[in-house]
Design a binder for this molecule. Structure first.
Ligand code: FE2
Length: 197
């Protein structure tokens, strides 16, 4: 009798780290000032107990100062996607199609705040960029969407420690959550969705 193993449908994530992250302190200061002025914000999507800007807040009046930071973050997104596309069909697709930012938003989660399990419908790839974090401020947990099928095969969750300057890009269909911030300091991250057209 012949037997073969067949593993189908690999899931790919892309990770970059801005080791310098020279604009970190300026960005943190800008975010706190923006949050303090954004007193009427009522956004609550996956976050519990934290603050989240509107998607595409950077296009709104009052957020003009974000432009220099946006340029740097977009540069890291493009470099992440360039690396991510190596070895997969996306590489060819990007020869004739453009990478589009669907939306981008800031998350400020104080002690005790967390994000429940969710996905990002309406985009192809999603990502997170950690601005201010510690090892106690809550990991990102990404789940296998076929977890019912994988109980016997291995772990069906992957945990990513928040590291300042680090960016992770993953397929938008993957369920994920963020652990409770157990630090006394605030955790700040920036999330985004990407499409190709
Ligand atoms: Fe998310």
């Amino acid at each position: 009798m012949l037997y073969s193993d067949i593993f189908l449908f690999p899931i790919k994530l892309g990770v970059t780290l801005d080791e310098e992250f020279s604009y970190k302190n300026d960005l943190i200061e800008w975010i706190h000032e923006y949050k303090d002025k954004d007193v009427n914000n009522t956004v609550e999507i996956s976050n519990r107990g934290g603050y989240q800007t509107r998607g595409n807040f950077y296009k709104e009046p009052g957020a003009e100062g974000f432009d220099p930071f946006m340029d740097k973050i977009w540069k890291q997104i493009c470099e992440t996607i360039q690396n991510y596309s190596e070895g997969i069909m996306l590489k060819n697709y990007l020869n004739t199609n453009t990478l589009n930012l669907v939306n981008i938003w800031i998350n400020v989660n104080g002690p005790g705040a967390f994000n429940h399990v969710h996905q990002h419908p309406g985009s192809v790839l999603s990502g997170v960029f950690w601005v201010k974090s510690s090892e106690k401020s809550g990991s990102l947990n990404i789940m296998d969407p076929l977890e019912m099928n994988t109980y016997c095969l291995g772990p069906n969750q992957a945990h990513f420690e928040p590291i300042e300057g680090k960016m992770i890009v993953f397929p938008s269909c993957l369920p994920h959550n963020v652990d409770t911030n157990d630090d006394e300091e605030t955790r700040i991250s920036i999330s985004f969705n990407l499409d190709f057209g």
